[in-house]
Design a protein around this ligand. Structure first.
Ligand SMILES: O=C(O)CCC(=O)C(=O)O
Ligand SMILES: [Fe+2]
Length: 585
């Protein structure tokens, strides 16, 4: 074996250890039909076409049945029709084939993970995509209608407006300020064609033209209910893309929107689902097929490159409030209190139910500051842990009575497991805003990382009021919340770039926080990512849940406590949290 060959063997061995550890895929010497290309993949820009070209060059009869290049990985898998073919490929190209001068090395493997993500969600009802709605010639004509010389730039795409200017701050239009530029006359054929197809739509009076270069997208949103009517239609030009559709119940479905198609959203699709386009230069190939009698959509690891896409979104403006029957995302329906309560339901309670088990696995040890506080609690005390989570702050002390109150059923189960061995501790289901606890019943209250989940100032105050109410005179509380300023914490490890927002309850746009970066806003949705289990493949956003947080300014928690009549003994910053120790006078 020459020096180069030895080096490749060494590299392969090192790679094999990593592959086994991270993907549970085994590298073996015995030929199989599956080969891992250790140093080329999606992240190195290697494509299926490149691999096919390499094979074609010397082995035209070899049949490559599948190529799996997972997102963000710098290795990939080639799967052949037979061992004979994989062996031919391996013997011909291991350590010889190149990608831009980089020598590709490889190994036989077993147990390659599935390259498919299956989505069983049905299409949103009242969403129609009419394929080949316009001809290739018409597409060219429509594209020519818009020159982008004086383009109005948004951060992530270019837009133009006709009829009425779409105001991005408020996501509405000013009906008193119609634009001189009306919807171009050339668009009339679209309404006629829709009518011919039996789809009656009112003639729109507002048009937004979006121009997306590859890599650009539009954040997930619902077109605000109150300014626009029941029907929104969108003509796609220049490039096919995948549009993500999300229901507030958590359903998610990626849908292919082909170029020259007309997308029509009405009713449920228009009012109750959010739509968005991920900012990437490619889209996964989505196949539709029947599995066990059910129609499913399958996102494969094959990708298609995007080209420049122009979309024409036509809307009909509305006067007066929206009267749809889809209240969750409707901005006409919900009062401030309803919005806050629904936000908590959707982005706190439902999320904790879903992530309880995974969350609990990541929260083992009580926090040192809590241990310090708890160790000073006098024997014989009654301690309430309000929002106890999995009960990690309940200490093994038999000289005090500890009651862990938790609203999430999932976390309560975890908590039960934790306190089972502590005879003087109990778990109860309890909601901090409606806590059916007698006033003055506790000597000590701890409330760790809970109050930041209440979605309005009034409700945060109400939570502190509960603490103040249940404490006896002279009783002490420790309250901690996330701080907006994370400067002196281990949390920050990079600077943030994304400005993603999500339209949620009441048509509210909330920013999605980029994990491990400084907070830019006080009210944010923070993604919780459930780690993948080996051999389980999750889609881009499956396994990610958005939790609402109000991150606190310095002194804000102190003021809340003081306004409920608690005396602040100590207030400090610890690892990204504001903490207050206070006494009930
Ligand atoms: O580009 C598209 O097809 C969607 C545009 C859109 O959703 C909007 O402008 O509200
Ligand atoms: Fe939209």
């Amino acid at each position: 074996m020459n020096a180069d060959a030895k080096r490749i063997v060494r590299k392969c061995r090192r790679f094999a250890v990593r592959l086994k550890e991270h993907k549970n895929v085994e590298c073996i010497d015995e030929p199989t039909i599956e080969i891992v290309l250790c140093n080329v993949g999606q992240a190195t820009g290697f494509t299926k076409t490149e691999l096919q070209d390499i094979i074609l060059e010397k082995l035209p009869n070899v049949n490559l049945s599948k190529y799996i290049a997972e997102k963000g990985e710098s290795h990939s898998f080639a799967i052949f029709g037979s061992i004979e073919h994989s062996k031919l490929f391996f013997d011909t190209y291991n350590g010889k084939a190149t990608q831009n001068g980089i020598i590709i090395y490889m190994s036989y493997v077993t147990k390659v993970p599935s390259d498919e993500t299956i989505y069983i969600t049905d299409l949103p009802s009242e969403l129609h995509i009419l394929h080949d709605f316009i001809s290739i010639e018409e597409e060219i004509q429509f594209l020519k209608l818009f020159d982008w010389v004086d383009e109005c730039n948004l951060k992530n795409r270019n837009v133009k407006h006709y009829g009425f200017e779409f105001r991005y701050g408020t996501n509405d239009v000013d009906l008193k300020a119609p634009l001189e530029n009306k919807i171009p006359e050339e668009c009339s054929i679209l309404w006629e064609r829709l009518k011919e197809k039996g789809l009656i739509v009112n003639i729109p009076d507002q048009l937004t033209v979006n121009k997306y270069e590859p890599g650009q997208g539009i954040p997930s949103h619902v077109d605000k209910h109150s300014p626009f009517g029941n029907t929104i239609i969108s003509l796609s030009l220049g490039s096919t893309i995948v549009m993500d559709w999300r229901h507030h119940s958590g359903s998610y479905i990626p849908i292919v929107v082909p170029r020259r198609s007309m997308l029509i959203m009405q009713g449920e699709a228009r009012y109750d689902w959010q739509h968005g386009i991920q900012p990437r230069t490619w889209d996964p190939v989505i196949q539709e097929r029947t599995e066990n009698g059910a129609r499913v959509r399958v996102a494969t690891s094959d990708t298609v490159e995007r080209a420049t896409r122009v979309s024409l979104t036509f809307r009909e403006t509305r006067q007066g409030p929206c009267e749809c029957r889809y209240e969750t995302l409707c901005d006409s329906r919900t009062s401030e209190t309803d919005v806050a309560a629904q936000l908590e339901e959707l982005h706190v309670h439902q999320v904790y139910e879903k992530i309880a088990c995974h969350f609990s696995k990541t929260r083992h040890k009580p926090w040192p500051k809590v241990v310090e506080f708890m160790s000073q609690v006098q024997p014989g005390s009654v301690v309430l842990d309000l929002g106890a989570g999995n009960g990690k702050n309940i200490l093994n002390r038999s000289d005090i009575i500890q009651i862990a109150g938790e609203r999430s059923e999932g976390l309560l189960w975890e908590c039960l497991g934790h306190v089972r061995d502590i005879p003087t501790a109990q778990c109860v289901r309890l909601d901090l805003l409606h806590a059916g606890l007698r006033a003055l019943c506790a000597d000590v209250v701890i409330c760790v990382a809970v109050v930041h989940h209440f979605c309005s100032q009034k409700r945060r105050q109400q939570a502190i009021a509960t603490i103040a109410r249940v404490l006896r005179s002279g009783g002490k509380a420790l309250v901690t919340v996330w701080a907006k300023d994370q400067t002196n914490s281990n949390y920050i490890c990079r600077s943030g770039h994304s400005d993603q927002t999500v339209t949620t309850v009441g048509g509210l746009n909330l920013p999605v926080h980029e994990n491990r970066t400084q907070f830019k806003h006080n009210d944010v949705l923070v993604p919780w990512k459930c780690r993948k289990v080996a051999n389980e493949k999750l889609g881009d956003d499956e396994g990610t849940f958005l939790r609402y947080y109000h991150v606190f300014e310095e002194g804000e928690l102190d003021s809340l406590c003081e306004s409920e009549g608690l005396a602040v003994d100590r207030s400090f910053y610890e690892e990204g949290n504001w903490c207050v120790i206070c006494t009930k006078p």
